[in-house]
Ligand binder design. Sequence first.
Ligand SMILES: [Fe+2]
Length: 300
Amino acid sequence: MPRCACTHASRRVVSATAGPLYVSGRIAGPVTLRVNGRVVVVDRLTYANNPNTPDGAPCDDRLGLIATGDILVVSGLTSRARVVYASKDRVTDTAITYEELADPKWKGKVCSRSGQHTYNIALVASMIAHHGAEKAEAWLKGLKENLARKPAGGDRDQVKAIFAGECDLAIGNTYYMGLMTTNEKEPEQKEWAAAVKVLFPNAADRGTHVNLSGAALMKSAPDKESGLALIAFLSSAEAQGEYAALNHEYPVKEGVAPSELVQSWGELKADPIALEDIAKLRRQASELVDKVGFDNGPGT
Ligand SMILES: [Fe+2]
């Protein structure tokens, strides 16, 4: 049984990288995919706690690990860019790099969610892949010292903090900006998003770090045909267009355009690094986040 002590059973869209499959959050029972309001049960999945995740980490931040041998199909569905959110009023820069976020000129100006969150672990892993462990550590220390506050909340909370003047820069996924900008249910989020511009880091060199959402079908699936049909549908131009229009993610299918809002932020040049290379470095990235005490906040 999993060590995770949380009692809720989250049912989520599976986030896949190539190689071993990591599932975001605790999965209990059938995995549910939500597509345009429709809910489709894919399969029962087995999972284990990811040994990379410390025991004290919030349940939702833990990663299940499913042996590749059990997986019949893994399909990437959308990609999201991990961009820099910047204050429209206080940041005049029109370009930035991840490396520059550690520049002392931004001391006290940067907000972040937990370094142990899966999105940030992947980004740190990409920094290790590109620069080596030593330089990545120096970068992460510098970034930590530039934080305005102890890491907390999700990506949207960082946008809110910029709106509130607590910080000028943050790292977050593109689709949250889309979801906030178009949020009719919580219109205050529109205001937060309106205070922020999107900068695509490293656009002038290797490109911006992207993460991938996906679907997987297990070998043990009782109804493989339906599972495959679902994955085929989710990969179709129709469903890919819905991911773009409704969730402001980047479709993986060629020929399907991102939403107009996403396009208005500019062209995404994605870091071409293989996701396997990032997946391999996740443990090291997680250890590095602990080593520099990133989640303790600046001055610790
Ligand atoms: Fe997310």
